[in-house]
Structures are given as C-alpha cells and as structure tokens.
Ligand binder design. Structure first.
Ligand SMILES: CC(C)(COP(=O)(O)OP(=O)(O)OC[C@H]1O[C@@H](n2cnc3c(N)ncnc32)[C@H](O)[C@@H]1OP(=O)(O)O)[C@@H](O)C(=O)NCCC(=O)NCCS
Length: 211
C-alpha cells in the first residue's frame, strides 16, 4: 500500500484566536534585533543556546534571520513568530523541528516575549501548531524537552495535552555548576484529549452554526 503524500512544510501563516503565527521574512532583521535585545536576560537560564542570544548588532540579527529563512526553505527547521492579531505586537516564538520523516515526528520549542508572559499566548500558539502538525503534516508524534525546574514550560506542555513520558534526573549542569534534570513530554495523535485541540476555532464556530 502506498502511503498518502503529506506536506513536509508548515503553512507560512497559522491563525489562532488572539494570535497568528508566521514564518520570518528576510526583512525581519529589525524586529529580531528588538526581540533579541528585549529578551536577552529572559532567555538566559532556560534558552541559553537560543540563536537570539548571539545577537547584539543589526548585522547579526540579519544573519540569524537569513539562517531561519534558509532552514525553513530546506525544511530543516521552522521558526515562527507569534503576533497579536489586533496590535501585530510580537508575543512569542515557536520552533518546530522535524526529527523523523518516516514516523513522522517533530520536536517543538518556544518562548514568550518577556512583556507578554503569563497571558496564555504561548499555549494558544502551541495548540495551533499542534493542529497543523497533526492535521496537515500527518504527524504521528510531537515531543518537547524542558528543564525539570522550568515550571512554566511544563505547564504549557500539560495545558496543551502533552503527556509526561520521562524524567532524566540530574543529567546536565547549569553554567554555575549546579545539577539539573530534563522532563520529556510527548503527544501522539491518539493522545488528543478532546476534539477541541484537533479542530481550529474557526472549524468549531462553523460547526456550531450548522447545528
Ligand atoms: C516557558 C514560557 C514560554 C511559558 O510562558 P507563559 O507565558 O507562562 O505561557 P502561556 O503564554 O501559555 O501563559 C500561560 C499563563 O497565562 C495565564 N493567562 C492569563 N490570561 C490568559 C488568557 N486570557 N488565556 C489563557 N491563559 C491566560 C494562564 O493562567 C497561565 O498562567 P499560569 O501558568 O500561572 O497558570 C515562558 O515562561 C518563557 O518564555 N520562559 C523562558 C524561555 C523558556 O523557558 N522556554 C521554554 C524552554 S523548554
């Protein structure tokens, strides 16, 4: 039996309730420089290796944007900015990386803009990305790894229906030498806790209208 052909590229724009996500464009250098400067300290502990933390100048920001665009075009990594629908303010970033084309499986990562933390935008954006991965890209599995002291990140994972699959205890050191562990989260197609996660808000609205 031949397998159904599924796209391997995320859509360039993903709509959610309060936010939309879009891939970065070559002219996003100024945005990325602003985001990088505003979030340098915010990302220091749990996202120490985030590419945005390497940026101090406009040239460096432009180079990172070029890398994001190239990685997207090659289908190697998908970096999406999440923006508020009414103000267009940058509120978060979601990363999606293909890890196994045959399964297919993906890994995700995210951060909230420091001035937009605690408002539910990350969970909303991640749910929208899950819908896309399972509906449009035929994902079988999505995983997330987070530091075991990163309570906010674990809460996003669990709010979005991910299942805690493991806990690697004291498997790495912080820059100050202290030990820390890693939580492993996964979401299978069959884990969807309710149709709410699977359907887009628009699907739900049009379904309600036809009832
Ligand atoms: C981890 C991180 C992304 C979590 O961000 P966050 O803002 O807590 O996540 P959300 O946007 O989903 O917001 C959820 C919070 O908004 C609250 N909230 C407020 N208004 C809301 C609304 N209208 N709708 C939904 N939630 C709302 C929720 O109650 C929740 O608060 P709680 O966790 O105290 O219960 C963020 O702390 C971060 O960027 N950390 C640094 C980088 C990082 O750790 N990245 C992850 C590496 S694995």
């Amino acid at each position: 039996m031949t397998q159904r052909e599924v796209p391997t590229q995320l859509p360039e724009c993903i709509e959610a309730e309060r936010v939309y996500l879009r891939r970065y464009r070559l002219d996003d250098g100024e945005l990325i420089l602003r985001v990088a400067r505003a979030n340098r300290d915010h990302l220091a502990h749990y996202e120490a290796t985030n590419a945005l933390r390497t940026i101090t100048t406009q040239d460096e920001a432009d180079a990172v944007v070029r890398r994001f665009v190239e990685a997207w075009d090659k289908g190697q990594a998908f970096f999406l900015g999440a923006f508020h629908r009414s103000t267009d303010a940058f509120v978060a970033q979601v990363y999606v990386g293909p890890t196994d084309r045959k399964l297919p499986a993906y890994t995700i990562g995210f951060f909230a803009d420091k001035d937009h933390e605690g408002m539910g935008y990350v969970s909303e954006a991640v749910r929208a990305v899950f819908r896309c991965l399972f509906h449009e890209l035929g994902a079988h599995r999505v995983r997330l790894e987070c530091d075991d002291s990163n309570v906010r990140s674990a809460r996003v994972a669990e709010r979005c229906g991910m299942v805690r699959e493991g806990h690697l205890r004291e498997n790495k050191r912080n820059p100050d030498g202290s030990l820390t562990g890693t939580l492993l989260y996964g979401l299978l197609r069959s884990d969807y806790p309710s149709a709410d996660l699977l359907e887009s808000p628009r699907d739900r609205r049009s379904q309600r209208r036809t009832l």
